[in-house]
Design a binder for this molecule. Sequence first.
Ligand code: PHB
Length: 389
Amino acid sequence: MSKQWVSWSAIALAACAATGGNAFAQDKIKVGFMLPFSGTYAALGNAIENGFRMHVTEQGGKLGGREIEFFKVDDESDPAKATDNVNRLIKRDKVDVIIGTVHSGVAMAMAKAAKESGTVLIVPNAGADAVTGPMCAPNIFRSSFSNWQTAYPMGVVAAKQEGKKNAMTITWKYAAGEEAVNGFKEGFEKNGGKVSKQLTLPFPNVEFQALLTEIAAAKPDAVFSFFAGAGAVKFVKDYHASGLSKTIPLYGPGFLTDGTLEAQGEAAQNMLTTLHYADELGTPRDTAFRTNYAKSFKLQPDVYAVQGYDAAQMLAVGLKAAGGDIAKKDVFRTALEKATIPSPRGDFTLSKAHNPVQDIYLRKVSGKENKKIGIASKALADPARGCRM
Ligand code: PHB
């Protein structure tokens, strides 16, 4: 046995004795937020951080017995900067857990870095199908959804319930928009509809006029679109101002109207969307969450706040099982794979690929709320195409 080893173990033993046998008791868990705090998705990043912090505060500032130290990087929803940004957290700050992000293109770079370094990653929004598909890994989890998961049910509803036959789609040209459109198309065409044309514009461009003119000329009987944040506010208002909403209903995953209704006002009324959350679900769990959120932040919560809150709940489950020691990766992972997360959206479990298995609600905009009017798909699991774990 080398002298070096003896002296290190003596120090470790002394540390254990000083902390009542738990060498981790004094260290904080380092949590790195990598989120958009500027640009079209800034409000989404803030809601996720608020939700996460609210759960930590509710637990007295500790998760799994450990205090938390926060680190923050603004990823600007820019995939070109994503690898450098995530390495700031992994290599410079040496965080134990990364919470991020909103944008699917950025999330893919983060998943690659997390897979290589083994750092725990909990994705509190970005729906990139690949994160819980080909890039799935024992240390990567999602508290939100896959892009397919929130859009496929809307395709089914549009065809079966609304009787639409011919739809056009419009979105930003990047993974989230493309995967949402594919999910809608799959659900719509399996049930007798046809997507006649797919329109795109670069992220985060909001010059919609030429594309709206193209829709008006083609006269489909429905339009499906993926936009979110400030871009969704502008799109829904422009669609309404063009007069199209009078004759051609606009559908989407619920991001089109979540966290945006204050700004969209009249333009969003009566819109139908599908999502894993709705305002005022009326369960005690959701009501308690909404009340505390409104009190803490003087804001109404939205789906992003819920996903941030649940990312913290997931971290707590894993840490608790591992006795606060995040290095016990297998224990951490197994605990999450077996857990039921008591989310404000309703209880959910994680699939083998670590994506929520959850109810997808059908919602209708009424005033400033996305009201639940039904369940579009019960306990829907993402197919996790390409995940080997
Ligand atoms: C994504 O890029 O995956 C994304 C962004 C914003 C949303 C939903 C998905 O609201």
